[in-house]
Write a protein that binds this ligand. Structure first.
Ligand code: ADP
Length: 450
């Protein structure tokens, strides 16, 4: 097992990884930018190294500085968390070239899945059902019009290099397709430096359902059920739950096993999430994330499995500590992403936390790096806390979520807690009756805040 792990991240996920390491008797190294010198992840780690200025490109994405930090501190492994360098195949290779273990998948799989066109081709080859669309990239307007004619409108144009809900545009008919394509391309070029686009049928009322996979280096591949992440704003997840209210136990196992079997053929290593849209009883692959996800705690809630611990064990060469038949799904879990944002306009609200009182009690988990007196910096993602609640069933989980949200005090800045409270007072949500377009309509219909 590793003696020391460098955590190449910040915020709640750096704490999450630190906690798993601590429980495993592994020492930790935090990295931080000058803006994060007072951050909780720096305080808790055994050692810390400043890797650059506030701007993430010069600190949390600064590969030479991070490798130097690992070398200076003698770390044997690097955990990338999510975001930042977690899906950078080049970084994973460089880490390995320095004799350090990258806690994540093989670089080749990160690379394949990072190109969404190649990911889809690979998924198809593995027998995973995909959203009908173009075979690979669409290069010209004429080609796009031909594909759309064949598949039918509306179509969604997606950037091969896209991620985080960015680089997607919908075309409703042939008339607007050329203009939509030109805008999508320009945006993809500006955001990702790559304007390769592909097209898919734009599904009208799907749910977003993703399957958690975990694979060791001994050929064991296990699925840990699904998460329903249909509640999204601008293609970004706001609240996630497991199991999905849309699937029954048999569908869960059958589909989970099918996905695990495909991933086994790929020779995948580590944790990964295969994302699908689900409509009229059918699953359609959209992408695979080759990393730990923000919403992994809901899976931990219903399985009792520590995903980060398993991730670290697998990276050290150990076999999975359980088999598929050992995995039992217990009760229901929901995660609310709490952002430092205005709950109506969603504009970021960085600033000083004057009071902090997280909820507690049975079935309540808070993953956050906040503390009273902490100043939320303006430079990074606005996610400041994840509230994860577990209950014996969905109903109990919802009641517990309401009281936990009511207890949660984050003073000094605006957060999205009020939005979550409004959401869980809604009947459609309470009944699990929603698709990926539902939340935007719900938000549009909300009255002004008092
Ligand atoms: P990203 O990599 O940016 O997260 P994804 O391909 O995973 O992009 O898609 C993110 C979200 O965009 C999905 O969860 C869904 O809400 C929406 N989306 C993607 N593809 C389609 C599609 N073909 N039809 C309808 N919505 C889609």
């Amino acid at each position: 097992m590793f003696e020391k792990v460098l955590i190449a991240n910040r915020g709640e996920i750096a704490l999450r990884v630190h906690r798993a390491c601590r429980e495993m008797g592994i020492r930790t190294v935090a990295i931080h930018s000058t803006a994060d010198a007072d951050a909780m992840h720096v305080r808790l780690a055994d050692e810390s190294v400043c890797v650059g200025p506030p701007n993430a490109a010069a600190s949390y994405l600064n590969i030479p500085a991070i490798i130097s930090a690992a070398e200076i501190t003698n770390a044997d492994a690097i955990h990338p968390g999510y975001g930042f360098l977690s899906e950078n195949a080049n970084f994973a290779s460089i880490v390995a070239e320095h004799g350090i273990t990258f806690i994540g998948p093989k670089p080749e799989h990160i690379r394949i899945m990072g190109d969404k066109i190649e990911a889809k081709v690979t998924a198809k080859r593995l027998g995973i059902p995909c959203v009908p669309g173009s075979e690979g990239a669409v290069r010209t307007e004429a080609e796009a019009l031909r594909v759309a004619e064949e598949i039918g409108y509306p179509m969604i144009l997606k950037a091969a290099a896209g991620g985080g809900g960015r680089g997607m545009k919908v075309a409703r008919n042939a008339e607007e397709l050329p203009r939509v394509m030109a805008t999508a391309r320009a945006e993809a070029k500006a955001s990702f430096g790559d304007d390769s686009m592909y097209m898919e049928r734009y599904l009208q009322k799907p749910r977003h359902i993703e399957v958690q996979i975990i694979a060791d280096s001994h050929g064991n591949v296990v699925h840990l059920g699904e998460r329903d992440c249909s509640l999204q704003r601008r293609h970004q997840k706001i609240l996630e739950e497991a199991p999905s209210p849309a699937l029954n136990a048999e569908e869960r196992l059958t589909f989970g096993n099918q996905v695990a079997e495909s991933i086994r053929k790929l020779g995948y290593l580590g944790v990964g999430t295969v994302e699908f849209l689900y409509e009229d009883g059918q699953f359609f692959f959209i992408e695979m994330n080759t990393r730990l996800q923000v919403e992994h705690p809901v899976t931990e809630g219903i399985t009792g499995i520590d995903l980060v611990r398993e991730q670290i064990r697998i990276a050290s060469g150990a076999p999975l500590s359980f088999r598929q038949e050992d995995v039992k799904f217990n009760g229901h879990a929901i995660e609310c992403r709490i952002n430092a944002e205005n709950p109506r306009t969603f504009s970021p609200t960085p600033g000083k936390i004057t009071d902090y009182h997280p909820p507690g009690g049975l079935g309540v988990r808070v993953d956050s790096a906040l503390y009273s007196g902490y100043r939320v910096p303006p430079y990074y993602d606005s996610l400041i806390s994840k509230l994860i609640v577990h209950g014996a069933n969905r109903n109990e989980c919802l009641m517990r979520l309401r009281r936990a949200l009511e207890e949660y005090v984050i003073g000094g800045i605006e957060t999205t807690i009020p939005l979550h409270l409004e959401l869980i007072a809604n009947n459609d949500f309470m009944n699990g009756d929603y698709d990926i377009h539902w939340l935007e309509k719900f938000i549009a219909g909300l009255p002004p805040l008092k």
